[in-house]
Design a protein around this ligand. Structure first.
Ligand code: ATP
Ligand code: FE2
Length: 320
């Protein structure tokens, strides 16, 4: 079987058709803000303007499909509603089931699919989210998460402060490589939870006195150490021996290296998917839709409202 999936929770507008062993086709048209960060209404308008072309490009492959999946949440309300409307129309037009996918679960499932790990502790780090999850009793449970902003948003905000274009994460990674000294920043881990907003303010402050390379370096070392600490504790708690990284910030090679070192020290295995599966993509929605279709986790159109605050632990995971 195959599923056509559409992603559009925030900046990424992307559609794909996936089967069990491959992605057949993927088409994308990302929203790039002219200045500043992501504006929800502008992003939704972008999605409305381009979703027709993105879907046409996928359909022109001629590959048929047995269901239509869409990212039902979490995400920006206006973006979610635009994409859900297209998905409903497509499912009705082709007379196939409609499948609502949790965006966080999709980041996890595409990682498991692409790396072959089975039952990992997951570090899911993106713009809006920073969570440590693991499977227990039928669901992905959240063992720890940010209490304020996601690590990606923290990086992007600091990047904007430096005058870098959105998204700042990759540019900060490049600048950090040139950093020479570590500047102390607030390290805030509370139990299993994290906080990044104080660290971000302190970094802005430090940027008045130190080079941007040094501050970017320190920002990464500090925040990534926090993330690795909580991930390590989740490994200890659960007794699992695999770690999977996912979400846009997961593409950061320094973060990957720190996680890998921690895993090596503990005798755990570290898994990172190919680069194209870190940021939001239609393939992850299509593949997770395929898993859900197998277990009849489909929706009637009248019950398919989006959920901007949809949490991964609300979803049954019968396939693990
Ligand atoms: P979610 O709904 O899962 O929060 P999202 O809309 O934030 O998703 P993603 O593509 O998962 O989208 O993540 C985007 C984030 O990833 C941005 O904050 C961006 O700066 C960050 N990012 C991308 N590449 C890197 C990198 N190399 N280093 C650090 N951060 C990165
Ligand atoms: Fe994402």
């Amino acid at each position: 079987k195959r599923v056509l999936g559409i992603e559009g929770t925030a900046w990424s507008l992307s559609a794909a058709i996936a089967g069990w062993d491959r992605v057949y086709v993927e088409a994308s048209n990302p929203y790039v803000p002219e200045k500043g960060g992501i504006h929800p209404m502008a992003a939704a308008q972008h999605h409305a303007n381009h979703i027709g072309d993105v879907i046409k490009e996928v359909l022109s492959s001629g590959i048929d499909f047995d269901g239509v999946a869409f990212s039902q949440g979490p995400g920006l309300g206006p973006c979610l509603r635009t994409v859900a409307t297209a998905a409903r129309a497509l499912a009705l037009a082709y007379d196939v089931p409609l499948i609502g996918v949790n965006h966080c679960v999709a980041h996890i499932e595409v990682g498991r699919w692409q790396t072959g790990c089975y039952d990992p502790v997951v570090l899911y780090v993106s713009g809006a989210n920073s969570q440590v999850l693991a499977y227990r009793a039928g669901r992905y449970r959240i063992f720890g998460e940010t209490l304020d902003i996601g690590i990606g948003n923290a990086l992007d905000k600091f990047g904007r402060y430096l005058g870098l274009q959105h998204p700042g994460g990759p540019k900060i990674e490049a600048l950090a490589k040139e950093g020479k000294q570590y500047i102390e920043l607030p390290y805030v881990v509370k139990g299993m939870d994290l906080s990044f907003s104080g660290m971000m303010s302190a970094a802005k402050d430090a940027a008045q006195r130190y080079s941007k390379e040094d501050v970017c370096f320190s920002l990464q070392e500090n925040s990534f150490a926090m993330l690795v600490e909580v991930t390590e504790r989740a490994l200890a708690h659960t007794g699992k021996n695999e770690v999977l990284i996912g979400g846009g910030v997961g593409a950061n090679m320094r973060l990957q290296k720190m996680l890998e070192d921690m895993c090596n020290d503990r005798g755990a295995r570290f898994y990172a998917p190919p680069r194209r599966y870190f940021g939001d993509n239609g393939s992850m929605i299509a593949y997770t839709g395929l898993l859900q279709l197998k277990y009849d986790m489909t929706l009637e159109v009248e019950d398919s409202a989006v959920n901007p605050c949809y949490r991964p632990d609300e979803v049954d995971i019968p396939w693990l």
